[in-house]
Design a protein around this ligand. Structure first.
Ligand code: 5GP
Length: 346
């Protein structure tokens, strides 16, 4: 047994210190980014925020709504082959849409069939497992990269620099970072495993950037300020689940409770999701996700405006004319625990 004594931080433990700035208005801030992916060689241009591949967030409708604003979606993996093929044939957005898959034989075969039908339309893939430290995951990445040299691969999740480096050397373009921070995730409670998300972002971004790779901070953002902190800590992309849930584009079940419309939102490893897609929770495992009811929020447009406005505002406070400059201009100040408990760091 070993204990690491280094301080590790979550979003709530810090604030971004304001800095002198020559910007006069938020409208002067450009929050789009351009990247050239290390392995696929593809060029990206867009606002690097991605809707999570959860079945009530990563929907076709969300891809259409976010795509109009240059944001991306990782589609959930439970769509049928035909609807995926139709979508990729027809969809042309201002930002890429990710095809998501796990690492089973069935996942790979389904991907191959959809790819055959859609040809070049699928150029971004998200390979998603709860634990990105397994040999079977790394073997899958090798196989996929060999078969698809020109597709941009985002894959995870991991939380440490050495595994980020390994995945980038194995062929991943964007390493997905986050174990346990998700709004409907119970991994920290059920397994006692995890890593404070801001420190994971800072450490993994440092490791990835050293090799020319990128990271996507996945999970734990509950406000636009958290997204700004993730970018400030070095994230190249930020993935959102809960912040985009409960909207008209989510397609989930709506429930009326005391005259208020509520939307069901649940983790992809929750009993709810496993009952729906896997015929229940297998006897050898426990669910690592929970179910919540959120107030229904209507169209995602207004939420988007808040998110983009918040990130622009953060850039203005530190004098970053472009999102690219935000992390260079970020100094985090630690918020004392008492202050945090009384006021929250928001
Ligand atoms: P959020 O933005 O809601 O805080 O986090 C979204 C992320 O939570 C997803 O992208 C995914 O990585 C993670 N997630 C989604 N469902 C589950 C689940 O059931 N269990 C765990 N451990 N993580 C989940």
């Amino acid at each position: 047994m070993r204990i690491e004594e280094d301080l590790k931080l979550d979003f709530k433990d810090v604030l971004i210190r304001p800095k002198r700035s020559t910007l006069t208005s938020r409208s002067e801030v450009d929050i789009s980014r351009e990247y050239l992916f290390l392995h696929s060689g593809l060029k990206y241009q867009g606002i690097p925020i991605i809707a999570a591949n959860m079945d009530t967030v990563g929907t076709f409708e969300m891809a259409r709504a976010l795509g109009r604003h240059q944001l991306s979606v990782a589609l959930h993996k439970h769509y049928g082959e035909q609807e995926l093929s139709n979508f990729f044939h027809e969809h042309c957005a201002l930002a890429p849409t990710f095809y998501s898959m796990g690492i089973t034989r069935a996942d790979y075969d389904k991907f191959c069939r959809v790819r055959e039908q859609t040809g070049e339309s699928i150029r971004y893939v998200c390979v998603d497992v709860a634990n990105g430290y397994t040999k079977s995951f790394v073997d899958f990445i090798h196989k996929l990269r060999k078969a698809e040299p020109h597709i941009t691969i985002m894959a995870g999740n991991v939380v440490t620099g050495e595994m980020t480096e390994e995945l980038i050397l194995d062929g991943v373009d964007i390493v997905k970072v986050g174990i346990g921070p998700g709004s409907v995730c119970t991994t920290r409670k059920m397994a006692g495993v995890g890593y404070p998300q801001l420190s994971a972002i800072i450490e993994c971004a440092d490791a990835a950037h050293g090799l020319g790779g990128l990271i996507c901070a996945d999970g734990g953002c509950t406000s636009p300020g958290d997204i700004a902190k993730a970018f400030g800590g070095g994230a190249d992309f930020v993935m959102l689940g809960g912040m985009l849930a409960g909207h008209a584009e989510c397609g989930g079940e709506l429930i009326e409770q005391n005259g208020v419309k509520k939307a069901r939102f649940y983790g992809m490893s929750s009993c709810m999701a496993m009952d729906k897609y896997a015929g229940g929770v297998a006897a050898y495992r426990a669910s690592e996700g929970k179910e919540v009811l959120l107030d229904y929020r209507g169209a995602v447009e207004k939420t988007l405006q808040d998110i983009l406005g918040g990130v622009r505002s953060a850039c203005t406070y530190v004098g970053a004319r472009k999102l690219k400059e935000l992390s260079k201009r970020t100094t985090f100040i630690r918020v004392s625990r008492q202050l945090n408990e009384v006021f929250g760091a928001s």
